[in-house]
Design a protein around this ligand. Structure first.
Ligand code: FMN
Ligand code: PLP
Length: 202
């Protein structure tokens, strides 16, 4: 794997991100769009979990989840998040920091109805991050809902939604020999424009 040099950098970090995401797809990585989202709760305790990137544009990344989950509670208390793409098979990682906000219901509806019916039912069946005494409870709930919603469109649960994370920093990390890796860090200025990326020591 060759390094990352200044000539490889693009004016907007999303352009380079898109190239690296495509490389992860082309390399056949399992769930190349998997990203680690870290939140911080009201006591300052960080917590991380993987979610799937479902959309992005030049300023933001989008994921979908349960609005009663731990991550949703953390974001309600503190919308600052960090998102990391762990493409270590390619000796790469990309790290975003930014601010999460709930997606409008129109975006959520569109995505929810694009999911396989059983995934929609799975969302209904699971009060994500709550305590359950046995797996069988989840499975019987799923079967009950399958019967209930057997005809027509499955409605969007009020407790399901998504977040748009508008990012203001992005770091690209490329592994190199002797642990002398390449790192470039993009940051927005006060007017919201991307400054020239800086090289960070590995
Ligand atoms: C590859 C992978 C992809 C996942 N994608 C999502 C996702 O897009 N949305 C989601 O809510 N949970 C997803 N999960 C489950 C989360 O990692 C996590 O267990 C769940 O969201 C509950 O997190 P929380 O209790 O911290 O809120 C995924 C897990 C894995 C391993
Ligand atoms: C609980 C949960 N929700 C949502 C997702 C996002 O993926 P999809 O919408 O493609 O099911 C995942 C993926 O693993 C998941 O585990």
């Amino acid at each position: 794997m060759s390094g990352l040099s200044r000539e490889d950098l693009t004016e907007k970090p999303i352009t380079l991100f898109e190239k690296w995401l495509q490389a992860a797809i082309d390399a056949g990585l399992y769930d190349p769009n998997a990203m680690v989202v870290s939140t911080v709760n009201k006591d300052g305790q960080p917590h991380s979990r993987i979610v799937l990137l479902k959309n992005y544009d030049e300023n933001s990344l989008v994921f979908f989840t349960n609005l009663g989950s731990k991550k949703a509670h953390d974001i309600a208390d503190n919308p600052k998040v960090s998102i990391l793409f762990p493409w270590y098979f390619l000796e790469r990682q990309v790290i975003f920091t930014g601010t999460a906000e709930k997606l409008p219901i129109s975006d959520v509806l569109k995505y929810f109805h694009s999911r396989p019916r059983d995934s929609q039912l799975g969302a209904w069946a699971s009060h994500q991050s709550s305590h359950i005494s046995a797996r069988s409870i989840l499975e019987s709930k799923f079967m009950e809902l399958k019967e209930k919603f057997k005809n027509g469109e499955i409605p969007l649960p009020s407790f399901w939604g998504g977040y748009r994370v508008t990012f203001d920093t992005v770091e690209f990390w490329q592994g190199r020999e002797n642990r002398l890796h390449d790192r470039f860090f993009y940051q927005k200025d006060a007017d919201g424009n991307w400054q020239d990326p800086v090289r960070l020591a590995p």
